[in-house]
Design a protein around this ligand. Structure first.
Ligand SMILES: [Zn+2]
Length: 217
C-alpha cells in the first residue's frame, strides 16, 4: 500500500474523529485536551481499520453493495445491511441503514437511494445557477456513466449527470452542473466557454482536477 497521508486538526470536538476522504487522505480531528502525540498513538492503534477502509475505497467503484463503507457527499458511511419485510435505505448518524427483502436487492436499493440524494441536491443547484446565469435547462437526468461526469444535449437543453458524483463533495457536483449548463450557450470548450466559467466560478479548476484524478467507474 502507498504511504498513508494523515492530517491532524486540533479543534473543539468532544472525541477524536477519523475521517477517510475519497481522495484517500485521512483526517484526524482531535479535541483540545488531547495533544498531537496522544492523537497519533490513538491513530496507530486504529491503523488496521484505516487500512481496511482505504482498501474498501477501491472496491466501492465496482459494486454499490460491496465494501463496508459508502461515500455520500465526501463523507464515509458504514453500511448496515439487514433483511426486512420492505426495502428501505436511510442515513442514521454515520451509518447507512440498508433494509432489503432479499440479498440480491442490495445494489438496486442503494443505487435508488443515491439517485434520490443526487437528484434533490442537483435540482437545487441547477435552480441556483439558472437564476445566476439566466440560462435555462429543460431537464436534468441521472445515469450511471462509465467515462463522463456529465454531458449536455444542447438541442434538447437536457443535462445528464453521472450518478457517481454523489460520492464527492457538493462543490464538484456544482461545478459539473455549471459546466453543462454553460454548454447550452456555448457548445465548445473554447475561450468563451472558459471565460464564462471563470466569471461564475473562479475556482472551478480545483473541482476539475479532483474529478480528473478519479475515474467515474
Ligand atoms: Zn464540456
Amino acid at each position: 500500500m502507498n504511504e498513508i497521508i494523515i492530517n491532524y486538526i486540533h479543534k473543539r470536538v468532544k472525541n477524536l474523529r477519523i475521517t477517510i476522504k475519497r481522495d484517500k487522505t485521512v483526517m484526524v480531528q482531535h479535541p483540545l485536551f488531547m495533544d498531537k502525540l496522544l492523537a497519533q498513538q490513538f491513530v496507530s492503534k486504529k491503523m488496521p481499520w484505516i487500512k481496511k477502509h482505504l482498501k474498501d475505497l477501491d472496491s466501492q467503484r465496482r459494486y454499490w453493495g460491496e465494501g463496508d463503507f459508502l461515500y455520500i457527499w465526501g463523507k464515509p458511511y458504514k453500511k448496515k445491511i439487514c433483511i426486512s419485510s420492505h426495502n428501505q435505505v436511510q442515513i442514521q448518524d454515520d451509518t447507512l441503514q440498508v433494509s432489503v427483502k432479499e440479498q440480491s436487492q442490495i445494489d438496486f436499493a442503494i443505487k435508488k437511494f443515491l439517485r434520490e440524494c443526487l437528484k434533490s441536491e442537483a435540482l437545487f443547484l441547477l435552480e441556483k445557477w439558472q437564476r445566476e446565469t439566466g440560462i435555462k435547462a429543460n431537464e436534468l437526468r441521472i445515469k450511471d456513466m462509465k467515462t463522463r461526469w456529465g454531458s449536455c444535449n444542447i438541442d434538447k437543453k437536457r443535462i445528464w449527470l453521472n450518478l457517481r458524483l454523489v460520492h464527492y463533495d457538493l462543490k464538484q457536483l456544482e461545478y459539473v452542473i455549471l459546466h453543462e449548463l454553460m454548454h447550452i450557450v456555448e457548445r465548445g470548450h473554447n475561450k468563451r466557454f472558459y471565460s464564462l466559467l471563470d466569471g461564475y466560478m473562479p475556482d472551478w479548476k480545483t473541482s476539475r482536477k479532483i474529478l480528473r484524478n478519479q475515474q467515474p467507474l
